[in-house]
Design a protein around this ligand. Structure first.
Ligand code: GDP
Length: 202
């Protein structure tokens, strides 16, 4: 389940423009600053694979990276930018929701949640939307290397995770799979890749 090759394929405006070769894919999504590009780069062991999607103009697109010539990692736009104008937020919602509901080769959404801070309302809303719409989801808790800080609510990552899982419990029949990660220590990296390979083989 290791990554031997990773290449940027394309950025799409709409679900209909995404690659049509039928390869299975996993989409990474999360609040801006959650550590999505760091995780993407740690997964493929590159310093800047995700840079493409950080360029101005590419942040509102569905970015496809082909792994080992056999599956895709998909970088979706971050949500929750404080500065985003209301209109662009609505457009974002429309096109990512369309992607979640219509993309047939989507195996699982990997929703990134910052475990170093208390649960945010927008993350709970996002998880509950995916749950209610029965979009297959894996929770990826990021920044699990961070120690508790008073200004962050004074809780350890494990405690923030436990609270988050209990808050979303009512939206799911069973707790979604979840993985603790750190891009600094590579905690969780192999677990994510193994989980993805297991999901592809179902
Ligand atoms: P993105 O906006 O979701 O793509 O987030 P980035 O990957 O750019 O990371 C946002 C900030 O969080 C940066 O300052 C990173 O250095 C930091 N960060 C990302 N991942 C981790 C992590 O696993 N641990 C710690 N301590 N910081 C992280």
């Amino acid at each position: 389940s290791q990554v031997a090759s990773a290449e940027y394929v394309k950025s799409s405006v709409r679900t209909a423009d995404c690659p049509s070769d039928g390869l299975p894919e996993f989409a990474l999504v999360g609040r801006s600053n959650v550590g999505k590009s760091s995780l993407l780069n740690s997964l493929v062991r590159r310093k800047n694979l995700a840079l493409t999607s950080k360029k101005p103009g590419k942040t509102q697109l569905i970015n496809h990276f082909r792994i080992n010539d056999s599956w895709y990692l998909v970088d979706l736009p971050g949500y929750g930018y404080a500065s985003a104008p209301k209109d662009s937020r609505l457009i974002w919602e429309e096109f990512t929701k369309d992607y979640f509901l219509k993309r047939e080769t989507l195996v699982s959404v990997f929703l990134l949640i910052d475990a170093s801070i208390p649960a945010k309302q927008i993350d709970l809303e996002y998880a509950s939307w995916l749950g209610r719409n029965r979009v297959p989801m894996t929770l990826i808790f990021t920044k699990c290397d961070k120690r508790k800080k008073k200004k962050n609510g004074g809780r350890r990552p494990e405690e923030n995770i436990e609270i988050f899982l209990s808050l979303i419990g009512k939206f799911f029949e069973t707790t979604p799979p979840w993985i603790m990660t750190s891009s600094l220590t590579n905690m969780g990296r192999d677990e994510i890749l193994l989980h993805m390979s297991q999901l592809r083989n179902y």
